[in-house]
Ligand binder design. Structure first.
Ligand code: FAD
Length: 434
């Protein structure tokens, strides 16, 4: 039996682990077109700021790879021939498969303005991108950052920490408007301004101007220009679906898979950022760009590929991240609508966060420490925790396990509610009885 995995990200790696946990003797081959193989993409933000050295990005040791006993080859899969169950590698080498996983991830959506090909225009997908940003930042004095979500802030923070002045352009009137509420957006914006970032609301670039092939200014839609040496963008991501599309698999916003992570071809599976995954509990088919779901999906796909029927049940998506230096956890459904700064989905983002059903908001705290919970009839539906993270783990469990909160429902919604105290109390009682 030969299993082939396309993609060396966390979904691909978890798939190898799962297959090997069942079948000790099968042949497993993994192809990847990133010369650095498997590393932490969320860690790239901390690599940019200098908080993580290069070697800390690589979570696995050589012996761990050896133990899994699989073949890893750098190269790009250029075609899937479903009729013959064969792949084409780098346009020349053919290889047959019995079961195939597509875990090709996503790339940054392109910034479509004149001048986007100039030297100094950067995005943050890969380690190579991060290295390029660091090299531009050595000589750069001013950067313009365009986009929304987590990655735009990671670019901003990374550049700031390297001594670059940053102008941050936002199309709308506040940051990440479809996930954060107004107060949360303002907290983040205030912190960015305090760090020295110049915010430009209702702004977007219409042309990147250059000299000798290098960026030297950006023209905005109001006709003004900002002089800069770096233009960094993070306007959303595009799942890498070219292979699946060419092979005629069913697609929507991602590669459509059932709860077994199987595509419309039963011998081909998909997982991670490229997959649009059916959740049998909600009946929704959604996209995430999150590390943990990618790992869980890759693992579930591997088990299914190796013959163990294991439905993937989506847990409430959560992300612990840093927004302008403030640790922030986002859990379950917390917002809705569309953010003008992001096309579709951003990195470290989940469509589920924006599926806000009927819920009432309760929030407390101020400035540095803030908690917002979305209160359903008997359960909590989502939460945002900024600053002090004491409530983050309890809220993850309360939301993911749909614990009955009827006993504190009215307390949470009372006008003088001390949300944090109510939840801490509830959690202590829950632990006593559990
Ligand atoms: C800067 C950044 C910050 C992030 N921050 C967070 C965060 O705070 N929290 C969070 O949960 N998630 C975050 N994410 C998202 C998270 O890293 C992804 O959800 C996760 O890495 C997806 O894993 P994957 O295996 O699906 O895809 P990837 O990690 O993208 O791996 C796919 C691999 O497939 C390879 N590939 C693609 N096509 C081919 C082909 N045809 N042939 C061969 N190889 C191919 C690619 O080169 C790539 O190596 C962040 C990502 C980035 C880039």
């Amino acid at each position: 039996m030969r299993y082939i995995i396309i993609g060396t990200g966390v979904a691909g790696y978890a798939c190898v682990e799962a297959i090997r946990s069942i079948d000790k003797n099968c042949e497993i081959i993994m192809f990847g077109d990133d010369p650095h193989g498997y590393y932490s993409r969320p860690g790239l933000a901390y690599y940019l700021t200098g908080e993580l050295p290069n070697k800390a990005l690589f979570p696995k040791k050589r012996e761990q790879f050896m133990q899994l006993n699989f073949k890893y080859q750098i190269g790009r899969v250029t075609k899937i021939n479903r009729a013959e169950k064969k792949l084409l590698l780098d346009g020349k080498t053919q290889l047959s498969y019995d079961k195939l996983l597509i875990a090709t991830g996503a790339y940054a959506a392109a910034l479509k303005v004149t001048g986007a090909n100039l030297k100094g225009v950067v995005k943050l997908d890969h380690l190579e991108d991060a290295n390029q940003i660091l090299s531009f930042a050595k000589r750069g004095r001013t950067a313009v950052v365009v986009g929304g979500g987590i990655t735009a802030l990671e670019l901003t923070e990374g550049l700031l920490s390297r001594g670059v002045n940053v102008h941050y352009l936002l199309r709308g009137n506040r940051y990440w408007s479809n996930v954060l509420d107004e107060q949360e957006s303002r907290i983040v914006e205030g912190r960015l301004q305090a760090e020295g970032v110049t915010l430009h609301f209702h702004s977007e670039p219409v042309e990147i101007l250059g000299k000798s092939g290098k960026v030297n200014a950006v023209r905005l839609k109001d006709g003004s220009t900002i002089k800069c040496d770096i233009l960094a963008y993070a306007i959303g991501i595009q799942p890498r679906m070219e292979l699946a599309q060419d092979a005629g698999l069913n697609l929507e916003r991602g590669i459509l898979v059932n709860e077994l992570l199987q595509t419309s071809d039963p011998d081909i599976y998909a997982a991670g950022d490229v997959a649009q995954v059916y959740d049998p509990i909600t009946g929704h088919s959604v996209m995430d760009s999150l590390w943990t779901p990618a790992r869980e999906q890759g693992y579930a796909a591997g088990l299914n590929m190796a013959g163990r029927q294991k439905a993937y049940i989506k847990s409430a998506p959560f992300n612990v991240t840093r927004l302008a230096g403030l640790t922030t956890t986002i859990i379950g459904a917390v917002g809705n609508g569309r953010d003008e700064d992001v096309l579709g989905i951003a990195r470290g983002d989940s469509e589920t966060w924006r599926q806000l059903p009927d819920a009432i908001v309760a929030q407390g705290g101020f400035d540095m420490n803030h908690v917002r919970v979305l209160v359903g009839e008997k359960t909590l539906i989502g939460a945002v925790v900024m600053g002090d993270q004491t409530l983050s783990a309890p809220l993850q469990t309360i939301i993911a396990e749909k614990l009955d909160i009827s006993a504190i429902h009215d307390k949470l919604l009372s006008s003088d509610a001390k949300i944090a105290d109510v939840i801490v109390d509830y959690w202590a009682k829950h632990l006593e009885t559990a």
